[in-house]
Design a protein around this ligand. Sequence first.
Ligand code: FE2
Length: 232
Amino acid sequence: MASPAKAAAPKAAVAKKTAAPKKNESALASGANAGKGAGSNAAVDIQPRLNQQQNAPMPTQRYGTVSQRLPIGLSESTRQESVTMLNQLLADTITLRDMYKKHHWQVVGPTFYQLHLLFDKHYEEQSVLVDAIAERIQILGGVAIAMAHDVAELSTIPRVPRDREEAPIQVSRLLDGHQRILKNCHDYADKADECGDDGTNDLIVSQLVRTNEMQVWFVAEHVVDSPLTQAE
Ligand SMILES: [Fe+2]
């Protein structure tokens, strides 16, 4: 238990702090201490250091390089090869993810409700993949591609028009995107395996291949010309 003397100490400190602003009332009124802790400790400058990007120093790491910071038992050449492959998968996965959201917003027709919901579900699942790929790149010592303009330059998925398109066209574009990613996945999984990068091989096979194949199934079945009411 605290002694009476100790228990009384904080009250004195509080009284001292609350009394301090009175010293600065004239400075506050004139605005002379803008950026200072207004109403509290004027000796501490709370002004954020803004616009530091205008005189940015050299970047902490250049895109396209790999570091050996993390001790994960992989050589520089293996990391470099995996990072290059993963950035390609990342750019294509970001593009496919965003295509899902575009089509989620713009879809019309008798299958509107199910496609609207399905496209958003796949968008969320692709977002999980995006994060997993990007974080794998960072673990390997690389720099993950991130911004839309850089993604657009690197992606192998053909540019999608801004216009609203019919649902079967949306589905065809999505299936083409999935197939491009899956073909790369099979190639890259083999290469990662040959280099001994088990983590990258596992990410590609267990997460990317499985998720993309499942999504292909759910999307492709929407463009089967199956009778609705009368068997043919
Ligand atoms: Fe939505």
